[in-house]
Design a protein around this ligand. Structure first.
Ligand SMILES: [Zn+2]
Length: 234
């Protein structure tokens, strides 16, 4: 025969269970979104690395083009040297040539630096591609399991709620009204176990009289927090 104490204990267990299940059901879409965000972030990181590599390649190309045009200019100057008549023209041309050759050396150094940069940036890509692939696979796996997991949680919730309704029906008539009122206000938090001599919710000590009443399976409210008390399973 169930006493109010054991009924309330079972109700509290079921209500906490139901609350936990609905929390997990609520979190489902959020977790889905988190996975999508993770994939988007990895995509963004990869795209940025690809863009940087592209920029380096464009830079290298531009430098090679200007190197080529200076080389052509140098060839022109060298040809002109043969047709020079005056010393003044010769000196000016020699000056231009030396200036152009300095520029060539400088651009060649810069090209070397950009080629190193390209190599480094290209070397990073495989790992980033792998990260994206792994994150996508993980997200797809979760998405595949999602429907099943959600349906399973919903089923469990339904079962717990049905069981709760059954157990609530067995509450003695005189407890029903205060029980309903407290549940309406506080939900599953309207119940508290007594652990030791203390209300497990507000940690206030239970009076000896209440202890006795609880042992006799009477309906007892915590004098401090007003929760419905029950003794834990002995
Ligand atoms: Zn209390």
């Amino acid at each position: 025969m169930s006493t109010p104490g054991t009924i309330l204990r079972e109700i509290h267990r079921l209500r906490k269970n139901a609350k936990d299940l609905s929390t997990r059901i609520d979190q489902g879409p959020k977790q889905q979104q988190l996975q999508k965000d993770k994939v988007a972030r990895q995509e963004q990181i990869l795209k940025q690395a690809q863009d940087e590599l592209k920029q380096s390649k464009v830079k290298a190309h531009a430098k090679e083009v200007s190197l080529k045009s200076i080389d052509e200019q140098i060839k022109k100057y060298e040809k002109q040297l043969n047709d020079i008549m005056s010393k003044k023209e010769y000196d000016a041309l020699k000056h231009e040539l030396s200036h152009s050759r300095d520029k060539v050396a400088k651009i060649e150094d810069e090209i070397l630096a950009v080629l190193t940069e390209i190599e480094e940036r290209a070397a990073k890509l495989p790992e980033l591609e792998k990260n994206l692939k792994d994150t996508k696979a993980q997200a797809e796996q979760l998405a595949r399991d999602y429907e099943t997991r959600m349906a399973d949680l919903a089923n469990q919730h339904k079962e717990v709620t049905a069981r709760l309704a059954e157990v609530e029906k067995t509450l003695p008539e005189d407890i029903k009204a205060p029980y309903d009122r407290l549940i309406r206000v506080m939900g599953e938090d309207a119940l508290a176990a007594v652990e030791g001599n203390v209300c497990a919710s507000c940690y206030t000590e239970i009076t000896p009289q209440n202890q006795t009443e609880l042992r006799r399976s009477l309906f007892v409210l915590c004098k401090s927090c007003g929760r419905m008390l029950y003794l834990p399973e002995s």
